[in-house]
Design a protein around this ligand. Sequence first.
Ligand SMILES: Cc1cc2nc3c(=O)[nH]c(=O)nc-3n(C[C@H](O)[C@H](O)[C@H](O)COP(=O)(O)O)c2cc1C
Length: 398
Amino acid sequence: MSRVAAPRVVNIADLRTLAKRRLPRGVFDYIDGGADGEATLRENSRAFEQVTFRPRSAVATTSCDLGVRVLGLPLQLPFLLAPVGSSRLFYPRGEEVAARAAGDAGTAYALSTLSGCLMEDVRAATSRPVFYQLYLLGGRDVALAAIARARATGFNALVVTIDTPVAGLRERDVRNGIRELLSFDPLAMAPFLPQLLRRPRWLAGFLRDGGLMKFPNVVLPDIGPMPYTDVGAALEQSMVSWPDLRWIREAWQGPIVVKGVHTSDDARRAVDAGAQAIVVSNHGGRQLDGVPATLRMLPEVLDAVDGRVEVLLDGGIRRGGDVVKALCLGARAVLVGRAYVYGLAAAGGAGVTRAIEILRSDIVRTLKLLGCSSVAALDRSYVNVEFAPTREPVPPPT
Ligand SMILES: Cc1cc2nc3c(=O)[nH]c(=O)nc-3n(C[C@H](O)[C@H](O)[C@H](O)COP(=O)(O)O)c2cc1C
């Protein structure tokens, strides 16, 4: 029996437990943690509990259609895999493994700039859509080279993440000595090494996979693939601002998704900057702590864009019912981050496949219990919203 089959793994929380057992504490906490007091991290999930269903009982729904189109691309599931940096630290060839599992399930995979696998290998791993998530690490010329490479490789869309002018303060990372472990100074590293030695199975896989990954899609002049580094500092020197969208759009010449939109204002800016889709996202509570749950922000953003672009959402999705709630509130599709990463860290491709299967079967069951035969038919009438959605501030009278 597979390590991730029932009864051992029944839900995403079970995959999280297995991930925690397999990974060193610092690696697990890097995935699991959020910024500062982790209020936004908690709120993202809590908001889903504050939306309740209004089922239509005694409606026969023998089959359910889960298909959606994102940027015109058909997906067999209403969720796709979010860009997650450093996945190769979680499991050997992590990005490639996750992309393959997504493709086999009929959905898309978004590859982070901060990945350890070549974009060409990720593209080859799946016949379904792949998106390239862009950070401007290394500056404009390095980004232009990556954009050209993503185009030539056949990536379907560019995801420009705008909520990372600096990495959030992930307090767990500080306590676990992540900076010291990356310093390669034996004296600084020493107190934090036992956590790695306590996970020999992970360590053996990590070493077999080549040890600490580089970023092979960030090719620096004279240096080559960017060495693994304290990403916070690198991001600070390379933030994206709205004027950058223009040259990015010209270089890419394909669909652009702006990820990290929190407010109606930024949603309109993204539309003006030529985005075809936006992701209402607070980076899974890893950046600015104290912003509201994404689900609460969704109505404000939908109002602002008024159908001009596709609106996606991520943050806090741990069950298929959460996906259904986001779609009822108007998201075209959602991205899942930790939900699949726990599976990857627990058991590689089998774990990602299990995570996807858990969410898929949750969605089918929820649709049947709601008396609704397709995700396309979901709307506000299937839910009660028991929180106050965010509202655009009214400007003071002049
Ligand atoms: C470990 C980890 C690394 C991440 N790395 C990136 C990244 O490199 N680029 C990016 O745009 N978002 C990144 N994200 C954010 C995700 O794309 C997504 O917005 C978030 O995980 C959604 O919240 P959820 O984990 O609750 O589903 C990362 C998230 C996690 C958990």
